[in-house]
Design a protein around this ligand. Sequence first.
Ligand code: MCN
Length: 775
Amino acid sequence: MGQFGIGQAVTRFEDPRLLRGEGRFLNDVNLLGQAHAVLVRSPHAHARIRSIATSAATRAPGVLAVFTGADLARDGLGTMRMTLKRKRPDGSPMWAPPHRGLTQDRVRYVGDPVALVIAETPAEAKDAAELVQVDYEPLPSVTATAEAVGGAPVWDECPDNISNVFETGDRAATDAAFARAHRVIRRRYVITRVHAQYMEPRGALGVYDPGEDRYTLYADVQYPHRVRNALASNIFQIPEHKIRVIAGDVGGGFGTKGWQYPEHRLVLWAARKLRRPVKWACERHEAILADEHARDNVSEAELALDAEGRFLALRVRTLANVGAYVSSDRNLLATFTNVVTLVGVYAIPAAHVQVTCVLTNTNPTAPYRGAGRPEATYVIERLIDDAARELGADPVGLRRTNVIPSSAMPYRTPLGVTYDCGEFARSMDAAVKLADVAGFAARYQAARARGRLRGLAVVNAIERAAGPQPEFAEIRFHPSGSATLLMGTKNQGQGHETTFKQILHERLGLDPAEVRYIDGDTDRVAFGIGTMGSRSTVIGGTALWLAADKVIAKGRKIAARLLEAAEADVAFADGRFAVVGTDRAVTLRDVARAAFQPAQLPPGLEPGLYETGTFSPPDDTYPNGCHVCEVEVDPDTGAVALVGYAVVDDVGTVINPVTLKGQIHGGVAQGVGQALMEQVVYDRESGQVLTASFMDYAMPRADTLCDMVIESNPVPTKLNPLGAKGAGEAGTVGALPAVINAVLSALAPLGVREFDMPATSERVWRAIQTVRAAT
Ligand code: MCN
């Protein structure tokens, strides 16, 4: 409806403020009397702590306190808890040790926090941190996923380093299908470890109010309410109302800013002990040591086909690196809920998947844009391209043979979930056209004439987004008729203010300029789960829709009284309540004003107009789409250039085509980054992180990417009244396999058969040299 309604290309309302530098990010928040915290982190991948001497640091200029794990333990702080009940291979309960905040006896990864130094200034805290003397006894370490089982034990209690094993699908049916297969394609795929390089590294500012005996945490988190709940229930063991969490502007979250990090409890605890606000601001070079990492798995994957090229079964065995600690269910998410999309958009009658979660001397891993879905899509889409090469089949044709037809919707997959709707073949055909796949042969020849290799990949992506969990919205009118919108989701750059104001405008006709938008404050917003898993639009948007329904229902009663008509004769549309068949009408604003004047209300109606909506969907949505990537490779240097990228997405009803394109674009860039260059690398012997700065951890830049063409083929879902599916991760889910498949398509004519990410020029060059040497 109108210029701001659903489907309109509205430019973001939040941008002027952000572009003028008027945002309020964590480092913009500074309080009177604030002290500064620095963490002493382990320089070893694995070591026993013999002793920690803090006296020199305590005496250093400006130092207010130096705390260790012993102090934390003395004060009885708790730890995060898991609810997942998994087992180890021998049937014993899973070994999933949480982090205690500061470790006392043993460090288990480079960066493991050991002591907290608090001083008047950040520089004084840093200088003093260098004076904390920790006597370490180094121990053997293991960092590589493939070497974890049987490697040096990270925990004595878990000698084989297997935290837990998870399986799904039908093993017997899968084995039977493989036994009668005409062809079986077997491959091993490695998905690298990456780190979310936020625009603003993490931080935390803790405040304690002795008068109220209450804590406030300012932190750039994705789920403020759940962080509050975890701090209250698990860490401090106090009621939730004793803690307020405020998340202002967040300079990128990407999944790994989601949950409760040790620094959150430490600044609150220290603020209480010192009776001063305490701030920790992570520095760029510290971030890779301090933050959760992501991805990092190795899969043995097998696809069984019949003589006609139809897929019969899929079998996948994955080793997933969970790091040294497992603090919450969330840390296992990528190894769990999203495995179900391993069958992709294809009709594969049988599948069986087993994921072995291994502990290593590395940072814990956590959901990161896609959280398991890019990994799953990577496996199936690479297998299909590899199968096409082995069978001499056309990769698009092979996909077409096996894609789930729209007529089969809703479709129950062999991994136990139901795809409710989607037009996979249509989106693929549209993407093939959009990317001019027909013209590839000519572009390939032209590239060859220039001495370049050219490759193309068509990849279908599907993901699980916005699963059943509640979200909250409140529309609060004020006596003048203006309104405030409060959301339980937390924007980190997705454009939520714009998206939700559009939905509000669509439903209630409110002028976005007259609505104040609030999120990220547990005192102001009654409830929330937060933003992850591409859930905000679908679930938050629907909660808002329900709250708007209640505004209309109550408003109709008030309007009927104002219009002296029967309630049944009053209809609401375009922001006005009108008596059907007449020109008598009042605006919602008039009605909101009247709501605060008891004399104007029908007898017995409660004054005021503030309505809430809480929604939990019945099932997940399945956003999907087709990505076509084209690359050119310089065979002399191995340099890969992205030369074409097309996406046809289906995120159901599109709320805003501009912000949606931004999300797809950003998501693709994130996938391209991992596929081409990003990687956390550990030294195998010492367990040291070799990629702790931007000198070594390569990030994609504008010139890494090419122009992208993005179109939508929306198939609205019936799972929510908006018809929307999640979109925030969709780009990344498709990009990981699209880029690597395109690189391999370019290298295949030379004889390269196997290639793992990242496609850096050095690795590509080596792959070329290896096959040249062999021929
Ligand atoms: N949208 C739309 N129509 C739809 C669905 C979404 O127009 N049917 C648009 C809306 O503008 C909406 C945006 O896409 O605001 C993202 O919507 P949604 O899919 O609901 O995703 P969330 O808002 O829940 O965001 C989470 C998702 C995740 S899980 C990660 S990780 C991620 C991402 O979003 N992190 C981001 N995108 C990010 N973008 C930025 N700038 N920064 C991050 O940290």
